[in-house]
Ligand binder design. Structure first.
Ligand SMILES: Cc1ncc(COP(=O)(O)O)c(CNc2cccc(C(=O)O)c2)c1O
Length: 459
């Protein structure tokens, strides 16, 4: 059991020894970290006993909710039986075989092969190496550039961060590495001007056609994108975007890769986000909802064309010590069985997703500085704007987002500010009553936010 300490004792030790990700350590240590001690369903408790609504499912990942004691039992049994063995050197073990077989059932037809990693970033880096290896084996060693999107997020390894389009990440570590290119994101609210969303979707997709022709189709290996950009602020492309992207990629023989780390495993109401938008990738990456965050595991799902290419190439010189880790695989298996057999994914599509989307729009469309209220399944957002009628954003993008997020946090509600986008991605098991509870708290927070804007002379 955890050692019992006071909040200030936890904070003091944390400040003395723990460097947090994506954090300004000095400013964090002035305020002190919030110490989360327990989770149950959609709720968290901190070390001061506050009960918190987790509107972010951890980090977009705790799809089945907190407190699954059955998963703990699966982990205990596997840990006692075989706590580790590798999948190198012609060996395997029952846990990873059973998971691989189950995943072949829940992924779309044509995806019979899976490669395991420990995270979404490692899945993206694995995909980069697979795609480049594929074109080598095809006798096209020049066809190596991968195209991503500005404000896309593909992780924090050197490959993933380079493929992603977060410029503040590129500035640290001299990124992107060679062989990476980016096109603008399909953010209608900012770039759509006087086009309808459907008109804009085609225009935004054709930015890819232009880029491919600039680089030369014979040098472009793949286009990589999230079905819905998550950490970029839940940027949902118009319905016309992905079909046009697919047409363009097929025209130039450029592989399509969907980064399903957030959209995968039920988030949109389909098992995978590409199914919601109706396109067929050649590979897709996953992590987060694969195990609901109970243990770290990621995966690359490899379609028939690329799988056959890799197999034909003989040795694929890539992998990780913990690829297919037995305990992680066993818990991921239990998680996917729960998502399927408890009807969690289907319920997002048929019930709680439509309910959330209706209530989300009802709750937030009323506020003067909230616009572009959007979402699908159980991933939703809105944008804080200076002037709705003009579709005018606030000048210092991100300032008011942080202000709003901090008001939520003070009211024991976790939602994420991505710039001035407020995003929400709760556990998929959320009930209708919990949706109403969360939105009731959020509405009160938005009223306080509107007051705070006026008090600061920002509105
Ligand atoms: C689409 C996508 N691809 C890859 C990754 C990387 O996964 P790992 O973190 O497991 O290496 C992600 C991760 N997404 C992510 C990770 C951490 C924070 C936030 C945020 O929104 O603040 C988002 C992601 O959202």
């Amino acid at each position: 059991m955890q050692k019992q300490r006071t909040t200030s004792q936890w904070r003091e030790l944390d400040a003395a020894h723990h460097l947090h990700p994506f954090t300004d350590t000095a400013s964090l240590n002035q305020a002190g970290a919030r110490v989360m001690t327990r989770g149950e369903g959609i709720y968290l408790w901190d070390s001061d006993g506050n009960k918190i609504i987790d509107g972010m499912a951890g980090l977009w990942c705790v799809n089945v909710g907190y407190g699954r004691k059955d998963f703990a039992e699966v982990a205990r049994r596997q840990m006692e039986e075989l706590p580790f063995y590798n999948t190198f050197f012609k060996t395997t073990h029952p846990a990873v075989v059973e998971l691989s077989s189950l995943l072949a059932e829940v992924t779309p037809a044509g995806f019979e092969h899976v490669f395991y990693t420990n995270s979404g970033s490692e899945s993206v880096d694995t995909m980069i190496r697979m795609v480049r290896r594929y074109w080598d084996v095809q006798g096209k060693p020049e066809k190596k550039t991968l195209i991503g999107r500005w404000n896309g997020y593909h992780g924090s390894t050197i490959g993933g961060a380079s493929l992603g389009g977060m410029k503040y990440m590129h500035e640290q570590g001299d990124l992107p590495i060679p062989g990476m290119a980016h096109i603008e994101q399909p953010w209608w609210y900012k770039h759509g001007k006087d086009m309808t969303p459907d008109e804009f979707g085609v225009v935004a997709a054709r930015w890819l056609d232009e880029r491919i022709q600039e680089i030369g189709a014979d040098k472009v290996a793949a286009f990589v994108a999230e079905p819905i950009q998550g950490a970029g602020g839940v940027i949902i492309p118009p319905a016309t975007y992905w079909p046009e992207i697919e047409r363009i990629c097929r025209k130039h023989d450029v592989l399509i890769v969907a980064d399903e780390v957030i959209c995968g495993f039920g988030r949109t109401g389909e098992w995978f986000g590409h199914q919601h938008f109706g396109f067929q990738p050649d590979l897709f990456t996953a992590a987060k909802g694969l195990s609901s965050g109970y243990l770290p595991i990621g995966a690359v799902f490899v379609g028939k064309r690329v799988a056959e290419g890799l197999v034909a190439g003989g040795d694929f010189n890539h992998g990780f010590t913990y690829s297919g880790h037995p305990v992680c695989a066993a818990v991921a298996h239990a998680n996917v069985v729960a998502l399927r057999d408890e009807g969690i994914v289907q319920r997002v599509k048929d019930d709680i997703g439509p309910y959330m989307q209706k209530r989300w729009r009802e709750t937030f469309s009323q506020f003067e500085h909230v616009d572009d209220v959007r979402g699908v399944g159980l991933i939703q957002a809105f944008t804080l704007v200076k002037n709705k009628a003009k579709r005018e954003l606030f000048p210092d993008f991100g300032e008011v987002g942080t202000l709003c997020r901090d008001i939520f946090f003070r009211n024991n509600l976790i939602m994420r500010a991505c710039g001035d986008h407020i995003v929400c991605s709760p556990p998929l098991v959320m009930t209708r009553a919990e949706v109403d509870e969360m939105l009731g708290v959020a509405a009160r927070c938005l009223a306080e936010f509107e007051q705070a804007l006026k008090a600061r002379g920002l509105a």
